[in-house]
Ligand binder design. Structure first.
Ligand SMILES: NC(=O)c1ccc[n+]([C@@H]2O[C@H](COP(=O)([O-])OP(=O)(O)OC[C@H]3O[C@@H](n4cnc5c(N)ncnc54)[C@H](O)[C@@H]3O)[C@@H](O)[C@H]2O)c1
Length: 383
């Protein structure tokens, strides 16, 4: 894979006009984010169901804004600057392919695509179009996560990062019937956060999945995974979606251990740190506690408002944002590798998973997208 350069849209002072595609639960949250942002303006709303699209536009306080079921028609009628793809994962490939093919940059909900081969096709399509494709990993945009990362940076070499995630939601619907519900629908958030915290990428993983006897999910709702990250740090994820009582936050509970101490974050509140200070005379280590304090505020704002702000800034300036697809695909590769490890009960290397996905992507893609995929010397080369 080659560069992550993309075509910028230097501003003339007017807001970026975005077409929101997918008007379900999360689509309506995005419409609120668009409405409250000074950087963007709603150009139109698309959904498979045109009545849903119309109702969402009206509900977002934009009754005059065009709405309909056909992306190409709405692009033609509204001439947007960018597309926000908030469809279901299975539709991420066709919608993002369609938007890139129409010459538009895309901000997509996680995951980049339903599968790793599909995500590789989207990288190739972004390269072909010269447009930005950024995946919104909204949990990166949290002021206390920024503070936790800052604390971790002060701990010297980092050896161990852990997440504990224990919740007991009764969603109903697809999550209770699908395979790998926790890994596929939720774990990409902490996996992506781990890469962000460590500034490291996954090398290999060993993962077990299981379903506690009382689980109300058909698929395995509990997972334990050990990732080796670049630099040798281990990232341990221990999670369950069927653990009532003493639940963690939705961000999970985090702990990082480094050469000079440890830090932890409950996923909501300011992180705490205990650093060791070598006492020169005695050669012993004293514990120096530090609970909370001045947290650096994340510069983009919180959640999807933050990723929308970074997306518009990236387009205006040409600065590569967090979540740019060449980088983001490695978070999806962590999920795919963990699923394969759990299925085969062995440690798997992420490069091998990417190479297999690349071969499968060549079988999926056609035309010039396939030509771009075929030109890559290695599936992991540009990721
Ligand atoms: N970042 C987060 O914390 C977070 C939270 C929830 C959901 N999500 C993500 O947001 C996305 C949407 O989730 P949701 O809960 O809103 O789903 P949803 O099922 O409520 O809504 C999806 C909408 O997309 C529409 N749609 C499907 N295929 C389409 C197509 N080809 N063209 C146009 N519209 C299409 C459907 O008609 C539906 O209205 C998913 O990728 C999900 O993983 C992220």
């Amino acid at each position: 894979m080659s560069t992550d350069a993309f075509r910028a849209l230097p501003g003339n002072g007017s807001p970026l006009r975005v077409l929101v595609v997918g008007a379900g639960a999360m689509g309506r949250a995005w419409l609120r984010a668009v409405e409250s942002s000074p950087d963007v303006e709603l150009a139109g709303v698309v959904d498979l169901d045109p009545l849903v699209a119309r109702a969402a536009a009206d509900g977002a306080g934009a009754p005059g804004v065009p709405a309909g079921a056909d992306l190409a028609v709405l692009v033609h009628d509204t001439a947007p600057d960018a597309v926000v793809n908030v469809t279901v994962p299975a539709a991420h490939l066709p919608v993002t392919l369609g938007a890139l093919g129409l010459g538009l940059p895309v901000l997509g909900e996680k995951p980049a695509a339903a599968t790793l081969p599909e995500a590789l096709c989207l990288i190739a399509a972004a390269e072909l179009s010269g447009q930005l494709f950024m995946v919104s990993q909204s949990r990166r945009y949290h002021p206390e996560l920024a503070a936790f990362k800052e604390r971790a940076r002060r701990l010297g070499a980092l050896g161990i990062l852990t997440t504990e995630f224990f919740k007991a939601p009764h969603f109903g619907g697809f999550r209770e019937t699908m395979e790998h519900p926790l890994l596929l629908d939720m774990a990409i958030h902490p996996f992506d956060t781990a890469r962000h915290l460590l500034d490291a990428d996954p090398v290999s993983v060993y993962c077990q999945e299981y379903n506690p006897s009382w689980s109300w999910y058909a698929g395995d709702a509990a997972t334990t995974a050990v990732f080796e990250m670049t630099g040798g740090t281990r990232y341990l994820y221990n999670g369950s979606w069927c653990s009532p009582g003493l639940e963690t936050s939705w961000n999970g509970a985090w702990r990082v251990s480094g050469a000079r101490g440890s830090a932890r974050w409950n996923g909501d509140d300011p992180p705490e740190t205990e650093e060791t200070a070598e006492t020169a005379e005695e050669g012993t280590a004293d514990a120096v506690g530090d609970r909370g304090g001045a947290a650096p505020v994340a510069s983009w704002g919180e959640g999807i408002e933050g990723s929308l702000a970074e997306f518009t800034h990236a387009l205006r300036t040409g600065t590569v944002p967090m979540g740019e697809i060449h980088d983001n695909v490695l978070s999806l590769a962590m999920v795919a590798s963990a699923v394969l490890s759990a299925r085969t009960d062995r440690r798997v290397r992420v490069d091998d998973v990417l190479a297999t996905a690349h071969a499968e992507a060549l079988g999926l893609a056609g035309g010039e997208v396939r030509d771009v995929l075929a030109s890559w010397t290695s599936a992991a080369g540009g990721a």
